[in-house]
Design a binder for this molecule. Structure first.
Ligand SMILES: Cc1cc2nc3c(=O)[nH]c(=O)nc-3n(C[C@H](O)[C@H](O)[C@H](O)COP(=O)(O)OP(=O)(O)OC[C@H]3O[C@@H](n4cnc5c(N)ncnc54)[C@H](O)[C@@H]3O)c2cc1C
Ligand code: SF4
Ligand code: SF4
Length: 655
């Protein structure tokens, strides 16, 4: 069959045409072997641009298309659809990236850039001539979703999906739902009670007929692929029978062992048998095996005697549960920066240097002081200084902005001023960032309330003999060095990835960015999707964000998962590896190198040979490069096609 190629060189406005002579590249393309038509178009991806390509396919009977434009990551799927709508197999398309690889990197060398663009187009045409039509595969999907993490992000995503009729498994590591939001007192900027908006949602999750709630559990293994994930969840033993426990707390009353309460950030004590907080969901007690006297020393069991329902069961064992899901939403939140890492601020050394999260607990009616903000000596502070960006926006620790610190400080300053207007409140900041609905107004309100904002970074914090905290700070706004002596210092600590992220990254074959947060497939166009199909991100595990943004992102992730699973089938890309079983020696090298566990050994004419699971293969090509027998080939990137491309690239006149 005669090869008839159409080449389209995009201006991308001035993005490409400002550097590359696109008319010249199109003129050159027209001279290449097999090219029937070559044009330059202002915006190839526009409706108009795509219309020109569709018309040409019909008019010139094109059977290959080359687009010289931006990265294929951006618009390859758009152009595949253009070919399809003109009746051409969508895989007869080749994209030459003359934006990221040419105009953006060679913007000072216009002539050389044009020559490089020509070379890339020449190579793309050479490869396009050898392209074969490929067919997408259709695989059935499980209409169920796994949500990992039961903070507000996981709760929202689970409820949205369950309300839409999908089966949801919500796996939470701790004994209760709620995450960090459960620890908050009020929420900015509306000063809503956090528990009042969160608790009903937690109850809805527990009651929802479409949600299976697995608390005190962790995902330990994920196998399979989009639409068909097989997940192993480890359910840790609570040593309390959940069906029998009525949450009365008689066991905890009897328990003699007291340990720091993590929910109150160590500001109060809990027992060795406990619920994290009074509104916990599920309201089932859990024995902390590290601190339980019976589990440590084999003696005690006072809780067993106290429990009126015989719910305590020290024979319980951890168990593994297998579930099958079509999609996975990761919503595992964040941890706060450990302020001990900045020793000059005195956290851990001086009792009245506390963190923002500790202040949340102190100000909460259900917290250790019943809502009174008190110094370590039990007095109301007459002066409080907030220090912003502790562990944030500092390349020594974390370079990124925690995004919620400024607003959390304003909220906490508001609560202090509301309770006692005479308390002096200072906020030492690098920049005040109050971008959000109603946030700037809230900032203005705090200034009107007499909170003093100091544009500067404090020096070392010292404690005077009377227990007051002293530090110097240069206020850039007034150009003066100030010395402050206050009763309490609140460090607004940054938000960080947790240790679990790396484990989940490996299990799910997803990526983390340089900061350690989960990385989306595209920051603008696919902000909640992982590069592994069927996996989505929600909440602070993706990047620091406030509750409103977290909830919006969780709903977006739920909508994406729903869209994926609603048809009952998914299309799988055909650009995958394939094995020639006649050549394969069954050495298993490919099995070991495949990062997606996409290659298995299967029987072929009585011998074990490699076999690729198409739906798992991401087309990375690692196996092709590793195979010592040359038995593997990547569809759409065959050896012949790649060699033709390279040859054309290094030749002057094309192939
Ligand atoms: C001091 C402070 C004050 C704040 N004040 C406000 C405010 O007033 N208004 C506002 O909008 N925002 C505020 N925020 C931000 C708010 O806390 C977050 O936006 C919100 O908690 C993000 O929810 P999330 O579900 O993403 O994460 P998280 O709340 O961290 O929830 C994540 C959940 O995942 C679970 N998990 C973790 N790892 C695993 C695993 N491997 N398997 C299973 N489960 C796992 C955790 O146990 C947790 O329950 C504040 C934050 C701080 C630190
Ligand atoms: S057996 Fe353990 S949990 Fe029960 S009362 Fe004794 S210390 Fe507490
Ligand atoms: S191409 Fe990559 S993902 Fe596909 S089987 Fe080979 S190594 Fe695995």
């Amino acid at each position: 069959m005669e090869i008839r190629v159409g080449v389209y060189v995009c201006h991308c406005g001035t993005n490409i045409a400002g550097v590359v002579d696109v008319e010249e590249v199109a003129r050159y393309a027209a001279t290449l072997p097999g090219v029937v038509v070559a044009r330059n178009i202002m915006y190839t991806c526009s409706d108009q641009g795509q219309g020109v390509i569709r018309e040409d396919i019909k008019k010139y009977n094109l059977n290959r298309v080359v687009i010289a434009a931006c990265s294929p990551k951006m618009h390859e799927s758009t152009f595949r659809k253009t070919l399809e709508s003109a009746g051409l197999n969508p895989y007869l398309l080749e994209v030459a990236n003359i934006r990221e690889q040419v105009s953006w990197v060679h913007f000072r060398e216009k002539e050389k850039a044009t020559e490089k663009a020509k070379a890339l187009v020449r190579a793309a045409v050479a490869k396009a001539r050898l392209l074969e039509p490929l067919e997408k595969k259709i695989v059935p999907v499980e209409r169920s979703v796994l949500v990992i993490g039961g903070g507000i992000a996981g709760i929202q995503a689970a409820l949205d999906l369950a309300d839409a009729g999908l089966k949801v498994y919500l796996v939470e590591k701790s004994p209760s739902l709620g995450g960090h939001m459960a620890q908050l007192n009020k929420t900015f900027p509306t000063i809503d009670c956090a528990a009042c908006i969160l608790t009903p949602k937690m109850v809805d999750v527990a009651k929802h007929p479409n949600i299976t709630l697995l608390t005190y559990s962790e995902v330990v293994r994920v196998e399979g692929y989009v639409g068909n994930f097989e997940v192993t969840v480890l359910r840790r033993a609570r040593y309390v029978n959940e069906k029998l426990c009525a949450g009365c707390g008689a066991c905890a009353d009897a328990c003699p062992r007291k340990v720091p309460n993590e929910f109150d950030v160590g500001l109060s004590k809990r027992k060795a048998i406990y619920v994290p907080f009074p509104q916990a969901v599920p309201l089932k007690y859990t024995v902390d095996p590290v601190n339980c006297l019976y589990m440590k020393y084999g003696r005690c069991k006072l809780c067993v005697e106290a429990c009126p329902r015989g719910a305590i069961d020290f024979n319980q064992k951890d168990e593994e549960v297998k579930i099958r899901v079509g999609a996975i939403i990761v919503a595992v939140g964040f941890k706060t920066f450990d302020a001990r890492r900045v020793p000059q601020l005195g956290y851990g050394k001086y009792k009245n240097v506390i963190t923002g999260l500790e202040l949340e607990r102190l100000s909460s009616a259900s917290g250790p002081t019943g809502g009174a903000i008190l110094t370590s000596s039990g007095k109301k502070p007459e002066s409080v200084a907030f220090i912003q960006c502790v562990g944030s926006r500092d390349l020594k620790y974390n370079g990124w902005c925690c995004k919620i610190g400024c607003m959390a400080t304003l909220k906490q300053a508001f609560l202090i001023k509301e309770e006692s207007p005479e308390t002096e409140v200072y906020v030492c900041y690098i920049d005040m960032r109050t971008a959000g609905k109603g946030y700037e107004e809230f900032y203005r309100r705090l200034r009107d309330m007499g909170v003093r904002f100091i544009h500067g970074v404090p020096s070392e914090i010292l404690e005077d003999v009377d227990g007051k905290l002293r530090f110097k700070v240069f206020d850039q706004t007034v150009g003066r060095l100030l010395e402050l002596r206050v009763d309490m210092v609140v460090l607004q600590t940054g938000l960080e990835p947790t240790e679990d992220f790396e484990k989940l990254r490996k299990m799910l074959n997803v990526s983390l960015n340089s900061e350690g947060f989960f990385m989306e497939a595209h920051p603008k166009l696919q902000p909640v999707e992982a590069s592994t199909r069927g996996v989505f991100f929600a909440g602070c595990c993706h990047s620091p964000k406030d509750i409103a943004e977290t909830v919006a992102q969780a709903s977006a992730a739920a909508a994406k998962a729903l869209a994926l699973l609603s048809k009952g089938v998914v299309e799988v890309e055909p650009l995958v590896a394939s094995v020639n079983p006649e050549i394969c020696s069954g050495c298993e090298v490919c099995v070991g190198v495949c990062p997606y566990k996409a290659i298995r050994l299967a029987e072929h004419e009585g011998r074990k040979r490699a076999k690729v699971v198409d739906a798992l293969c991401q087309g990375c090509g690692a196996c092709v490069a590793a195979c010592p027998s040359n038995a593997l080939e990547l569809k759409g990137f065959t050896e012949k096609q790649i060699l033709a491309q390279i040859k054309a690239l290094i030749s002057e006149v094309g192939t």
